[in-house]
Design a protein around this ligand. Sequence first.
Ligand SMILES: *Cc1c(COP(=O)(O)O)cnc(C)c1O
Length: 377
Amino acid sequence: MSTAINAAAPEREAVIDLDAFRHNVRTLADLAKPAETMLAVKADAYGHGMLPLARAALEAGAGSLAVLDIPAALALREAGITAPIFAWMHDPDALFGEAAEADIDLGISAEWQLDAIAASAASVAPRVHLKVDTGLSRNGATEEDWPGLVTAALAHERTGAVKVHAAWSHLADASPADDAVALAKLHRAIEVAEGLGARFELMHLAASSAGIRMPEARLGLVRFGIAAYGISPFDDQSARDLGLRPVMTLQAPVVSTKRVPEGHGVSYGLTYRTAAETTLALVPLGYADGIPRIASGTGEVWINGRRYPIAGRIAMDQFVVDVGDDEVAPGDLVVVFGEGDRGEPTAEEWASFADTIGDEIVARVGPRVTRVYRGER
Ligand SMILES: *Cc1c(COP(=O)(O)O)cnc(C)c1O
């Protein structure tokens, strides 16, 4: 026997609790003081939705916003956000002129970026944050290239093309000792730059991890990201331990149930066999929605106050849950992850189901999932 509801499309929802987010931003901003708080809303605010989260961050005391690139920064400006916005990843075709006109702060890692800003002949000189690579080996000038980058920035400042505002870097979060070495490298690079005549109004290094645990790395500003979304950057402390609240709840209704006998195979490859006669519930979320396929066999979800294991392989659009003899019917709410206060898994737990980090769990929630906001002002 099989039943199905006749809804036009199942309501796959990521419910975003803006009150929880504002609580987290306030908590982190208080912790970081007197350093300022910049809130990272890159990658569509880690999958939560850039604009509502950007607004909520500013309401809760963030002084500025961080996005990856200029198009995201321009989208925030077009939406009416006037706070400082920082963008740091640019390719040679980046819209430096538009960024300057829109008063976007630019992270600068190479001389060609300064030349491109100057060539754009914008009417406003953008503030530049010069980045030194202190060990992560991504963006940022190497120790060898740093004096050249600083000298070029000062030359462009004299012609009015840029304003040299900050020196910064990003940590590898490998160990406290590695991070201490990186901090010392940043201080050394600043000395070198000052020797060349630079005067920085601001220095910044820390993201969530060092912003919470490494006070000496807070400097003038902390760029908080994941912690503000209620996911711990640490293995040995949960967000709850840190006084932070998970912001996203991922949920969908059961779309059908069926009674099957013992030994019944479930989903592609029939990797799961029912241990006894049981009820199977079908959930309309799959790896196209960000449910990691590798969590087939480890993942758990919450239905009607109880947790159940995912049965068999997670597919592109759906997965199956073995609910035993419990009463579960089409339309019942399935919570994949949430705040955890009802007993549902958190995104942190899903990270352990899938052998990844909570950042990836929330950032991968796909475009078929409707973002629903609670606590909007
Ligand atoms: C993503 C990012 C952040 C925020 O990092 P979290 O670990 O999420 O707090 C800060 N700065 C830079 C350069 C980043 O790429």
